[in-house]
Design a protein around this ligand. Structure first.
Ligand code: PGA
Length: 260
């Protein structure tokens, strides 16, 4: 049985004082460490806050993740951060190929770059959270499953079995991110089942162990229905991860699926 995984993607939000308050709120809300043994939980702050947030998380059972990584180990790459640096700062996870990096931010990251990042993060011992998802135009044209296959295969190309064992996939329909428009549980399940099937072609039975998170306007009131789908293994949470009560409620919805 797959352990659900709920991660908060803080994006470019909060300052250090508010980040510390948020962690304290989440810790207080979760109460016992036992919660983090049945559901994996992580927060992904902006890279400058990784180290101080790591300190706030000590002893909590909550893991730390970064929002991006550069694939080279070192060198003249002004402004970038390597996988080893992220690890040094105390992170275990790194989000790779988020739709805002693919489509919004000037970098317009392509699948080749995303693949290099997955391999570099994995080689450094980090767990990549590989994001895939279709735009509204692609969905309307009936290309959703085709786009998901392409992004998954491109992102996983040449990834070692050792990295494939721990990689996490996040299905994030671009049209649902930050819009308040959430995929229906059926739409999410269709995409997740498809991704798991395509993953099986790449990594065999390992696909049954791989966590596939849903991301895109997950809120306390829709989390239970989404996480209740057989192939949805938790979520990658943006806006709602910035409020301790909402994030804890979403974690509770994931916990409820393991208590069934
Ligand atoms: P959202 O963001 O929950 O604010 O839609 C999700 C994400 O971008 O990971």
């Amino acid at each position: 049985m797959r352990k659900p995984f709920v991660a908060g993607n803080w994006k470019m939000n909060l300052d250090l004082v508010r980040a510390r308050e948020l962690v304290a709120g989440i810790r207080g809300g979760l109460g016992t460490d036992a919660d983090c043994r049945r559901v994996d939980v992580a927060v992904c702050p902006p890279s400058v806050y990784l180290f101080p947030v790591a300190n706030e998380l000590v002893g909590s059972g909550i893991a730390l993740g970064a929002q991006d990584v550069y694939p080279e180990p070192k060198g003249a790459f002004t402004g970038e951060v390597s996988a080893e640096m992220i690890k040094d700062a105390g992170a275990q996870y790194v989000i790779i190929g988020h739709s805002e990096r693919r489509h919004t931010i000037g970098h317009l990251e392509d699948d080749r770059m995303i693949n290099l990042k997955v391999k570099a993060a994995g080689a450094a011992g980090l767990t990549p959270i590989l994001c895939v998802g279709e735009t509204i135009g692609e969905r309307k044209r009936g290309q959703t499953l085709e786009v998901l296959t392409f992004q998954l295969v491109a992102g996983m190309t040449g990834v070692s079995a050792e990295i494939a064992e721990r990689i996490v996939i996040a299905y994030e329909p671009v049209w649902a991110i930050g819009t308040g428009e959430v995929a229906t549980p059926d739409q999410a399940q269709e995409a997740h089942a498809h991704l798991r099937g395509e993953l099986r072609k790449l990594v065999g039975d390992q696909a049954d162990q791989t966590r596939i998170q849903y991301g895109g306007s997950v809120k306390p009131d829709n989390a239970a229905d989404l996480f209740g789908q057989p192939d949805v293994d938790g979520g990658l949470i943006g806006g709602a991860s910035l409020k301790a009560d909402d994030f804890v409620a979403i974690i509770s919805a994931a916990l409820a699926t393991v208590q069934r």
